[in-house]
Design a protein around this ligand. Structure first.
Ligand SMILES: NC(=O)c1ccc[n+]([C@@H]2O[C@H](COP(=O)([O-])OP(=O)(O)OC[C@H]3O[C@@H](n4cnc5c(N)ncnc54)[C@H](O)[C@@H]3O)[C@@H](O)[C@H]2O)c1
Length: 328
């Protein structure tokens, strides 16, 4: 009996794979390596290179590995890119979800965790958003995650035996081990670290937001804490219990871009003055999650603080640089 982890060769998925394996759960990874890395998957973990849009490959993997539960992380994730390529995002994220659910039904699988996103909330009206806020996605990416939640909700209505939940992650950062760096060209942490190691000036987009220091505020959460949330849910589902339909996964604490940059200065020892540029369209001033529900139901609480997240990201970034320089 195995858990199928789609997208397990990606940044978050590879941490989920390690958390499950450390807890003794069998896993198989299905990933098309479009943004993931084969070497993020431990060599002794079964790996299938295929797309979730390929129902035959998904069902063959379920059969070959006696899959009894699915963690679905495989998706394209850059909101800005999704505005330029909406159809590709709908195919990978929405069609992928549909094909996966059809396979889940076909094979009688009764437990599923979906990677959703705080992009559900768009620009929230509330200071701290709870799971009952209505959806206000502001990009095809956010819409694809919203639709994925709806597909799961609608299926669960007619299949009460399916125990499932959607996890709305906030800003996932850091690394559990130096080999698993976030290489994203669009996320704040790798962007700043890349600038610092390239000798370039880190950029702050907008310092005139209605926040205490003028920069955007986000709810940053360590990827290891996020992976542990998946494990807590999988163990609960394996124990025959149910979860709420949706959980926010964050720290419930807002940090501004300037606070992140202060931490980066402390941790890297590199002094710098950021360049202030104009706001990016569609960036909300503040988005922070209310995390009481997941704390109450699963006794899960993010444990890592800001400096710990930055320090782990910095050591993974240095490892990434050393390995790419060694390879060239
Ligand atoms: N990183 C964040 O802060 C964040 C925040 C909210 C939600 N999420 C969600 O978490 C999930 C994982 O994100 P990540 O940061 O690890 O991104 P990532 O790009 O590192 O990982 C995604 C993985 O899915 C694979 N993949 C993509 N499309 C696929 C397909 N059609 N079939 C099979 N594999 C496919 C990629 O190759 C990659 O390994 C995504 O669903 C993303 O939307 C991430």
């Amino acid at each position: 009996m195995s858990w199928l982890i789609t997208g397990g060769a990606g940044y978050i998925g590879s941490h989920v794979v390690r958390a499950f394996r450390c807890a003794g759960l069998d896993v198989v990874v299905l990933d098309n390596l479009s943004t993931g890395y084969r070497d993020f998957v431990p060599t002794d973990v079964s790996f299938v290179e295929a797309s979730v849009t390929d129902g035959d490959a998904v069902r063959a993997t379920m059969d070959a590995h006696a899959v009894h539960g699915v963690v679905h992380l495989a998706a394209l994730k850059y909101a800005g890119v999704s505005v330029q390529e909406p159809l590709r995002f709908y195919r990978e994220n929405v069609l992928g979800m549909q094909v996966l659910l059809e396979s889940v039904v076909d094979r009688g699988i009764d437990r599923l965790l979906l990677s959703s996103s705080a992009s559900w909330y768009g620009t929230p009206a509330a200071e701290i958003v709870d799971e009952d806020e209505p959806p206000r996605p502001e990009s095809p990416y956010g819409e694809s995650k919203t639709i994925s939640e709806w597909l799961l909700r609608d299926l669960a209505r007619i299949r009460p035996e399916l125990r499932q939940t959607s996890l709305r992650y906030f800003n996932v950062v850091g690394s559990g081990t130096p080999e698993l760096a976030d290489h994203s060209p669009h996320n704040l942490f790798p962007k700043v670290l890349r600038a610092l190691t390239d000798g370039a000036t880190p950029v702050v987009n907008g310092a005139d937001y209605p926040t205490p220091d003028g920069s955007c505020v986000r709810d940053y959460v360590h990827v290891v804490d996020v992976a542990d949330a998946h494990l807590a849910i999988a163990q609960r589902l394996d124990g025959g219990q149910r979860c709420a339909a949706v959980y926010n996964v964050g720290r419930g604490v807002g940090s501004s871009v300037f606070e992140i940059l202060d931490s980066m200065r402390r941790i890297t020892g590199i002094e710098f003055t950021p360049e202030i540029k104009a706001r990016r369209p569609g960036d909300p001033a503040r988005i922070v999650g209310r995390v009481e529900r997941i704390g109450r139901d699963l006794d899960w609480h993010a444990s890592a603080g800001l400096d710990e997240m930055v320090a782990s990201a910095w050591s993974a970034w240095q490892h990434h640089l050393a390995s790419t320089r060694g390879a060239s």
